[in-house]
Design a protein around this ligand. Structure first.
Ligand code: NDP
Length: 337
């Protein structure tokens, strides 16, 4: 087993460390503020695989010149409900932060609006994109494609990225509903973490060298052939994400990458699509009451919980107790700043 000693850091310490590492790697002030906040939020709410563990990949991306650390994205309004971005070869979150006020205004005016972006890099955890819109009273859906890793059900060769999707919705008197998941059984970063820590996956998540389904994280990390969740049903969702993200935005298809092994911050230049819906414009007088009713029914079910509410527990704990960070990772990051 790998060394998994930890040191507890406060959220401020995590944010400051992320900012220092990103600036040392050549990222500009505004961009590094946005990414450092997101690294801290991933450590706070999960998924921790997209927190500090992602920083060495960001560093590699900037230092190699693969991604633009001083990106100045351009946003263009193509129709009453359509915004299109060019990420200037930077990370998506920079373009998204720029587009958000306009997207919110357009959704409030038209009832629905969408933002697509190409020429951009890894978006990390989608939940923060949708949550930011739900906090404005909007329903939000976000999709992105990524490096081809998912084998379509029945096949042997990856066609789709882990193609994640997130959904968020405002709730009366509570934090928004926000769920966020990959189209694979297990996200790639979790396979990498399990392989590094020397343990198997809790369930089969990919193919071994012989093309058989396995729980062996090290073998899956070698073959980079992951299974879609729920067999043909997950394949259908991965297909939808590929079309809505890559094709609609004009980003690279998941198969369009030069290397099988992910480079830098784990990506091709994918397409991203973010859709915002203002429920107030759709004529349902009972929208928020019905959302509360659905949530109440899930919460009343023993053993069940609302998808995404796990992050709120993690958030409260991290805010009061800080976060236990892998010591080896911490030392690596401190060496790179
Ligand atoms: P998980 O399987 O860990 O979780 C999926 C969702 O289910 C979460 O919203 C989680 O929220 C919720 N959930 C978990 N357990 C339960 C439960 N018992 N009952 C109800 N809801 C539950 O996510 P993945 O491993 O699929 O994805 C991890 C992350 O990786 C995501 O943030 C995703 O955006 C990101 N990702 C990014 C990619 C990229 O290219 N940018 C590619 C692939 C993934 P909670 O536990 O908070 O309740």
């Amino acid at each position: 087993m790998a060394d998994i000693s930890t040191k507890t850091l406060s959220l401020d310490e995590i944010r400051n460390l992320a900012k220092t590492v990103l600036v040392s790697a050549g990222m500009d002030g505004a961009g590094s503020d946005i990414l450092a906040d997101l690294v801290m939020q991933s450590e706070r709410d999960g998924p921790r695989s997209h927190g500090l563990a992602m920083l060495p990949r960001y560093v590699q991306s900037f230092q190699s010149g693969y991604a633009n650390g001083a990106a100045k994205p351009k946003i263009e309004r193509l129709a009453a409900g359509v915004l299109r971005g060019d990420g200037d070869n930077g990370f998506f979150q920079i373009a998204s932060e720029l587009a958000r006020p306009q997207l919110i205004e357009m959704a409030r005016n038209a009832g629905i609006a969408g933002f697509t972006c190409a020429n951009t890099h890894h978006l990390a955890a989608l939940r923060f994109e949708t949550e930011a819109l739900a906090r404005e009273g909007l329903i939000a859906i976000c999709v992105v494609n990524s490096l081809a890793l998912i084998v379509p059900h029945g096949g042997k060769t990856p066609v789709f990225g882990t193609n994640p999707m997130s959904f968020a919705c405002p709730r009366e008197g509570a934090e928004p509903i926000v769920w966020d998941q990959a189209s694979s059984v297990v996200a790639l970063m979790d396979i990498k973490l399990a392989a590094a820590e020397g343990h198997d996956l809790p369930y089969p998540g990919g193919l071994d060298r012989a093309g058989n389904v396995t729980t062996d994280a090290s073998e899956i990390n070698e073959t980079l052939s992951l299974l879609p969740f729920a067999e043909h049903k997950g394949t259908g969702i991965a297909l939808m994400v590929e079309i809505l993200a890559a094709a609609l935005a004009g980003g690279c298809l998941s198969v369009e990458t030069e290397e099988k092994q992910a480079f830098g911050a784990l990506n091709i230049k994918p397409g991203v699509t973010l859709i915002a819906i203002d429920p107030a414009k759709w004529g349902s007088p009972s929208f928020l009451a019905q959302v509360s009713q659905i949530v109440g029914q899930i919460d009343a079910e023993p053993g069940a919980r609302v998808p995404g509410d796990g992050r709120l527990k993690m958030r409260a704990k991290a805010q009061s107790e800080g976060v236990a960070v892998n010591l080896a990772l911490l030392e690596e990051l401190e060496r790179s700043d």
